[in-house]
Design a protein around this ligand. Structure first.
Ligand code: SF4
Ligand SMILES: [Zn+2]
Ligand SMILES: [Zn+2]
Length: 202
């Protein structure tokens, strides 16, 4: 496999060779300029890959800064998007959320993976975890609802918990019935009477 040093040696006019200080500057303005210069470089992708794999802790390489590369040092799969930004490869919940941060539609904007499917699996896994908690309690109304959200019939303990809840709700008198009767003769169809209508005995 051809290495980056071999590639750079036979590629004339690389901006980082002509002006290396800009690429290793502490100034944000110069770093931005270096990133822009990388965007049109024919070695951008192998250069970024090299800096990511070698965990190079300084300089702009392949249009990426140290801070951007550091987020991928754990080996997460990456890609460049159309705007030249270092991004997660699609196919995970984090990549799904990143689409919204970049004002993109997941699915339509996916590259190298399916974020919509990954999100659906994430949601199902979360629901299954919550359902397990409800089952640890012996089956609950919440568990009953989660079963339906998962598109499956509830288990017997959750069904029984829901039936008990419904029966108890039916037995409880409504708040309307619990309210004390209003005094007869008060004005306005039972509305609270003004204070002066019932003067205190002196
Ligand atoms: S991508 Fe940038 S840092 Fe890498 S070789 Fe090209 S100009 Fe140099
Ligand atoms: Zn995606
Ligand atoms: Zn259940």
């Amino acid at each position: 496999m051809t290495t980056l040093p071999q590639l750079t040696a036979r590629t004339p006019g690389l901006p980082c060779r002509l002006d290396p200080n800009t690429f290793f500057s502490d100034q944000a303005r110069e770093r931005d300029a270096a990133q822009r210069l990388c965007q049109t470089c024919p070695l951008r992708t192998p250069c970024a890959r090299y800096a990511l794999e070698e965990r190079i802790p300084h300089g702009v390489w392949g249009g990426t800064t140290v801070a951007e590369r550091r987020a991928f040092w754990t080996g997460k799969p990456w890609r460049f998007d159309d705007a030249g930004r270092l991004r997660l490869l699609c196919g995970s919940e984090r990549a799904y959320r990143a689409h919204f941060a970049y004002r993109e539609k997941p699915g339509a904007a996916c590259v190298g993976g399916d974020c919509v499917e990954a999100h659906a699996m994430h949601v199902e896994a979360q629901r299954r975890a919550r359902l397990a908690e409800e089952h640890d309690k012996g089956g609950t109304i919440r568990g009953y609802q989660i079963h339906w959200a998962l598109g499956e019939p509830p288990c017997d303990p959750c069904r029984a918990a829901n039936a008990r809840g419904s029966a108890s709700r039916r037995r409880k008198p409504s708040r309307r019935l619990q309210r004390p009767p209003t005094p007869s003769g008060t004005p306005g169809n039972g509305a609270a009477a003004p204070a002066q209508a019932f003067p205190l005995a002196s």
